[in-house]
Design a protein around this ligand. Structure first.
Ligand SMILES: Nc1nc2c(c(=O)[nH]1)N[C@H]1C(S)=C(S)[C@@H](COP(=O)(O)O)O[C@H]1N2
Ligand SMILES: [Mo]
Length: 899
C-alpha cells in the first residue's frame, strides 16, 4: 500500500497547491477498478472493535441509534426506500423530506445527534443506492485540474488518509419561522432545531485536489449531487482556498457516527464543510469540479443567499443580477444561539421546588470561530449576565496520539477552529424570573460579533439570529414559558400571538408596545422661545413677590422673571388653581416641562419684571420650608404650592404597555385631595445617564376614586423607545423606577371639575349639563373615567353619558370590565362604544379610527333642548379630529373640553 502524505495541514501557502511543472503526482492511477471487496475495505477502514471496546474514551461518542422502518406516509413517495424516525417534524408536508427534531429531543441527545434525530434538508427525492453498490459509487474530480480523477468510494477509502472529527451542520434556514411570522419569506418554516452534530469520517478534500493537481487560475470548487431536481442536479461551490486549508476541515465523507451514511444524509458519499451553512455540504456527491468562477448551478444562485432586506419576494423574481451577486451568497455561519430549556409551554411551579431554574441551550459561531460568551438578560437588554459555556468539542483534543475512530484518524489536538455547537446554562432565581417579562440570550464569537437585537429580514429568510427571546407568563402560582415560534405551521409562540393581537413584532420592542405606536408622544428638541417682554425692566423685590401669593393677584417666577397671572386666571387651560398654586413661587421646573411652545410664546404679555439673583436664591431656600416637610400628619396629600413625596409600592401590568403604579401616602387615612375631573402633577428625575438628572414633570389623572385614602393609583401608558422614535421620558423613567422610591406630586390642576348631579365648573364658571359625550383613546380614558364613575356611581344623578373609546386592539382597551359594568348597572343612562383600528375578525364592535362619519352617526349636531358637553382626551391627532369633526357638525367651542 502507498504511503500517503500524513498531515494535510502542511500546506503552507495559497499558491502551493497549484500544480507546477516540477511537482509530479504522487499517485499514478486513481481510476483503477479495484478487486477489493466489501469486507476488505471495511476491515481496513472501520475497526469495529474500536467503539467502546477499549474502555471509556475521554470524548463523547454518539448515543445508540435506532432501527427504524419505512413510515407509511413515505410509501407513496419516491422516498419509499428510506427508513426514518417518526419523531422528526416534517416541515414541507410529506415530501420532500425536510425535518427537524423537537428541540428538547435534540438537546437531550447531547453533543452528538443520532442519524434518527439529525435534521434533514432534501430539495427532492433521495437517490436510491443499494448497499451492495456503496463501494462502487463513482465520483469525479474534474475541471481545472492536471489529472482528472474518476474514483470509487472504495478507492477513496483505500488510497487516502481517513480522518474523523465532530462537525455541527446547520441549515441556513435555522430559526426561519421567526422571519416568516414577521413577513412571509420564500422559505419554509424551520424552528430552532435545524442543526445537528455528528462524527464524520472521510478524506480531506484538499488531499483529493492535490492528487488531481490544481491548475493556475482556479479559484473555486464546485460540487454536484445525484439528486435530479426541477432545475437540474443540486450543486454549489466554495472557494478553492478553503478547500485547501486544513483549518477549514472540509471533507468528503461516507460515514456518520460510525455508520455508513443514511440515505437522507447522502448515502453513500457527501461533502461535509464545518463552520459553513449545511447547503454547501453536497450530498450524494457525484462531481467535484475545480473552476475559475463560482458554480452556475441554479441552486447555488437561487438558494442560500441573504439578499438585501428591501428586496421583496415579488421584486426578487426580476433581479437575476442581484441573485448572482456572490457577495450575497452565504458561506460561513453567523453566530447564533437558542434556549432549549425551558421548553415552549413548559410550566414551572413557583413554590415547593428548587429556588432556581437552569436555563439551557446551544450556541454556535461560523467559519471556525468559537463562541466566546453567552449573555442572558431579564430586563430586555438593559443588563446582562454571563452564562456558563461548555465545549464538548474540546474533549476530542484529549484523545491519545494516533487515535483511530471509525477507521479515521482522530487528531483534534492541533485544531484551533471550532466546528461544533457548544452548550450554555444559567441558574436563574425564581424570584427574578417571576418579575421578568422575558429572558433573552445572545452569543458573541471570538471576533466580538454579537447576535443582533433586531432581525435582518430577507427574502429567503436565512441566517436569522436575533436574540432568542423566551417570554415568561405569570399564571397563578406558576410560570409558563413561551418560545418565539414553533416549527412548521403548528401554532404557538409569542411572535404569532403578538401578531394576532394586531401588534407589530418589529416595532423594536418585540411587538409589545405597539398600541402607542401612532400615539406616542415624541418629544421634540426644545426650541428657544422668548418669554420676556423686552420693554420690561422692573426689578422686583422678594417681599413684593410674596405679597402676591394668593388668588387675588397671583404672581409667579419662571427663569428669574416675574409674571402676573391675574389676566389669565379664567382662560388658563390648566385652570385657575394651577396658577394660584404657583403664586408667590418659582415654578420654573413645572412650567417649562408642562407648557407648549405656544403657551411659552404668550408669556411676554404677562411679564412684569425680574428678580435679583439674591432674591432667587432666597426664594429657593424658602421653598425648602414648605409644609410637606413639616412633621404633623396632613389629612390631605396634595398641596397646590409644594411637592409632596409618595413612595412607589407596586406596579401592576394591565395591558401590554400600561401599568397601574401604586403609591403609598403619608398615612392610611390621608386622602388624595383631588376633585373629580382634575389632575395632578408628577415629578421625577430622569435616570438616563445623558439627562443630567433633569426633573420630568407630567400631569396625570389618577385611577383612585376621590374617596380613596392611604394610597394613590395612577394608570400610565408607557411609551417605550422604538427604532423609529424615542419613547416617553417620563413614562420610561417611571417604569424603570424601583419599588420603594419616592415620586413627587403636586396639585390639583385642571379647569374642569365635576361637582355632581350634572353640575360642573369650567374655568371657575358653573354649568349644568344633561349629557356628556366623552371621546377618548388609549390611556386618555383616565380623566374620562373619573367623571364617568362619579356620574354613574350616584343613582340620583340623571346625567347621561356616551363614551366613544378608540383603541387599536381589544386587549388595549383600558378599564373595559369597569366600563362595561357601568353600562350594565346604568339602566340605559350610559353607553360605551369601542372602536378598534386593528380588530380581529371576531370583533363585533366598531371598526376603524374615529372619524367624522362616526361622530355624525353616533352624536350628530348639538341638541338645542339639552345642555351637552363633550369631554375629550387622547393624543394630539385624535383631539384634532374631534375638534374639526364636532366643529363642522355645529358644536360651539365652549361645549368642547379638551383635557
Ligand atoms: N445533493 C444535495 N445536497 C444537499 C441538499 C440537497 O437537497 N441535495 N441540501 C443541502 C442543504 S440546504 C442542507 S442544510 C444540507 C442538509 O444536510 P442533512 O440533510 O444531512 O442534514 O444538505 C445540503 N446538501
Ligand atoms: Mo440548508
Amino acid at each position: 500500500m502507498e504511503v500517503m502524505s500524513s498531515v494535510t495541514h502542511s500546506v503552507d501557502g495559497p499558491s502551493s497547491f497549484h500544480a507546477s511543472p516540477g511537482a509530479l503526482p504522487s499517485h499514478k492511477d486513481a481510476t483503477i477498478t479495484s478487486t477489493y471487496d466489501w469486507s476488505d475495505v471495511l476491515d481496513r477502514a472501520y475497526d469495529v472493535s474500536d467503539s467502546g471496546a477499549r474502555g471509556p474514551r475521554p470524548y463523547p461518542l454518539p448515543p445508540k441509534s435506532r432501527k427504524n422502518k419505512v413510515l407509511p406516509e413515505d410509501l407513496k413517495t419516491p422516498d419509499s426506500h428510506v427508513e426514518r424516525d417518526p419523531r422528526l417534524i416534517r416541515l414541507t408536508g410529506v415530501h420532500p423530506f425536510n425535518v427537524e427534531a423537537p428541540l428538547s429531543d435534540l438537546y437531550d441527545e447531547g453533543f452528538l445527534t443520532t442519524k434518527d434525530l439529525h435534521y434533514v434538508r432534501n430539495h427532492g427525492p433521495v437517490p436510491l443506492v443499494e448497499d451492495s453498490e456503496i463501494l462502487n459509487w463513482e465520483f469525479t474530480v474534474e475541471g481545472m485540474v492536471e489529472r482528472p480523477l474518476k474514483l470509487t468510494l472504495r478507492d477513496l477509502i483505500r488510497d487516502y488518509e481517513q480522518v474523523t472529527y465532530p462537525i455541527t451542520l446547520v441549515c441556513a434556514g435555522n430559526r426561519r419561522k421567526e422571519q416568516n411570522v414577521v413577513r412571509k419569506t420564500k422559505g419554509f418554516s424551520w424552528g430552532a432545531a435545524g442543526l445537528s452534530t455528528a462524527l464524520w469520517t472521510g478524506v480531506s478534500l484538499g488531499d483529493l485536489l492535490l492528487r488531481a493537481g490544481i491548475m493556475r487560475g482556479a479559484r473555486y470548487v464546485c460540487f454536484e449531487g445525484a439528486d435530479k431536481l426541477p432545475n437540474g442536479y443540486y450543486g454549489t461551490s466554495v472557494k478553492l482556498n478553503w478547500a485547501m486549508d486544513p483549518n477549514r476541515g472540509i471533507m468528503v465523507s461516507y460515514r456518520m457516527n460510525g455508520e455508513l451514511l443514511h440515505p437522507d444524509h447522502g448515502k453513500p458519499l457527501r461533502i461535509v464543510i464545518p463552520g459553513q451553512i449545511g447547503g454547501r455540504s453536497v450530498k450524494w456527491l457525484k462531481r467535484i469540479i475545480v473552476s475559475a468562477a463560482p458554480s452556475d448551478n441554479w441552486y447555488h444562485i437561487y438558494d442560500n443567499r441573504v439578499l438585501p432586506t428591501m428586496v421583496s419576494p415579488e421584486a426578487s423574481a426580476n433581479l437575476p443580477e442581484t441573485w448572482k451577486d456572490e457577495r450575497y451568497a452565504i458561506y460561513d455561519l453567523n453566530t447564533n444561539s437558542a434556549a432549549c430549556y425551558p421548553a415552549h409551554d413548559e410550566v414551572l411551579p413557583l413554590t415547593g421546588g428548587p429556588e432556581t431554574y437552569k436555563f439551557r441551550g446551544y450556541a454556535y459561531a461560523g467559519g471556525g470561530k468559537r463562541v466566546s460568551r453567552l449573555e442572558v438578560t431579564l430586563d430586555q437588554g438593559k443588563t446582562w449576565t454571563l452564562a456558563n459555556i461548555t465545549y464538548p468539542e474540546d474533549e476530542y483534543k484529549l484523545a491519545p496520539e494516533n487515535e483511530i475512530l471509525y477507521g479515521g484518524r482522530l487528531d483534534m489536538s492541533w485544531r484551533e477552529a471550532c466546528f461544533c455547537w457548544c452548550f450554555w446554562d444559567l441558574d436563574i432565581p425564581l424570584a427574578q424570573l417571576r418579575d421578568a417579562r422575558d429572558v433573552m440570550v445572545r452569543a458573541m464569537d471570538d471576533s466580538m460579533m454579537v447576535q443582533p437585537r433586531d432581525m435582518y429580514w430577507s427574502v429567503l429568510g436565512m441566517m436569522n439570529n436575533p436574540w432568542f427571546r423566551v417570554v415568561v407568563h405569570k399564571e397563578g402560582d406558576t410560570l409558563r414559558f413561551e418560545h418565539p415560534t414553533q416549527p412548521t405551521l403548528a401554532g404557538g409562540g409569542w411572535m404569532e400571538r403578538v401578531k394576532k393581537e394586531g401588534r407589530n413584532i418589529v416595532n423594536g420592542f418585540w411587538g409589545e408596545k405597539v398600541a402607542g405606536e401612532e400615539e406616542a408622544v415624541v418629544e421634540e428638541p426644545v426650541k428657544e422661545i422668548c418669554m420676556v417682554n423686552k420693554e420690561v425692566s422692573r426689578d422686583i423685590a422678594l417681599d413684593e413677590l410674596r405679597e402676591h401669593d394668593g388668588d387675588a393677584q397671583p404672581w409667579f417666577v419662571v427663569n428669574g422673571q416675574v409674571y402676573d397671572g391675574t389676566k389669565f386666571l379664567e382662560g388658563h387651560p390648566g385652570g385657575a388653581a394651577s396658577i394660584i398654586g404657583g403664586a408667590g413661587q418659582d415654578v420654573t421646573e413645572e412650567f417649562m416641562t408642562i407648557h407648549s411652545e405656544n403657551a411659552k410664546a404668550m408669556m411676554p404679555d404677562y411679564h412684569i419684571g425680574s428678580l435679583s439673583p439674591e432674591s432667587l436664591a432666597q426664594l429657593a431656600a424658602g421653598a425648602d420650608e414648605s409644609p410637606s416637610t413639616s412633621s404633623s400628619p396632613r389629612p390631605v396629600f396634595l398641596q397646590s404650592k409644594s411637592w409632596s413625596p409618595a413612595v412607589l409600592t407596586s406596579k401592576t401590568k394591565v395591558s401590554s404597555d400600561t401599568k397601574i403604579f401604586t403609591f403609598t401616602l403619608d398615612h392610611p387615612t390621608q386622602i388624595i385631595g383631588l376633585p373629580v375631573g382634575q389632575h395632578l402633577m408628577m415629578r421625577l428625575r430622569d435616570p438616563s445617564p445623558s439627562s443630567g438628572s433633569d426633573a420630568i414633570i407630567r400631569a396625570y389623572t389618577p385611577l383612585s376614586p376621590p374617596s380613596a385614602a392611604g394610597t394613590l393609583d395612577v394608570l400610565v401608558k408607557i411609551y417605550y423607545d422604538k427604532a423609529a422614535a424615542k419613547g416617553g421620558r417620563m413614562t420610561q423613567a417611571l417604569d424603570a423606577l424601583p419599588l420603594g422610591r419616592a415620586v413627587d406630586f403636586k396639585g390639583p390642576i385642571g379647569k374642569f371639575e365635576y361637582l355632581g348631579k350634572g353640575r360642573c365648573t369650567v374655568g371657575g364658571r358653573e354649568r349644568k349639563v344633561a349629557r356628556f359625550v366623552m371621546v377618548c383613546a388609549g390611556s386618555g380614558i383616565t380623566p374620562i373615567y373619573q367623571v364617568l364613575r362619579a356620574v354613574m356611581g350616584d343613582e340620583g344623578d340623571e346625567t347621561e353619558c356616551l363614551v366613544l373609546d378608540a383603541n387599536r386592539v381589544e386587549q388595549d382597551i383600558l378599564c373595559k370590565a369597569e366600563l362595561d359594568g357601568m353600562v350594565e348597572r346604568g339602566a340605559g343612562r350610559c353607553r360605551v362604544l369601542y372602536s378598534l383600528s386593528r380588530p380581529l375578525a371576531s370583533w363585533t364592535g366598531l371598526r376603524g379610527r374615529m372619524d367624522r362619519a362616526l361622530f355624525e352617526r353616533e352624536v350628530g349636531a348639538p341638541p338645542v333642548e339639552r345642555d351637552t358637553m363633550v369631554l375629550v382626551c387622547g393624543p394630539g391627532p385624535m383631539e384634532e379630529v374631534v375638534r374639526k369633526g364636532f366643529g363642522e357638525m355645529g358644536w360651539a367651542e365652549e361645549d368642547l373640553l379638551f383635557f
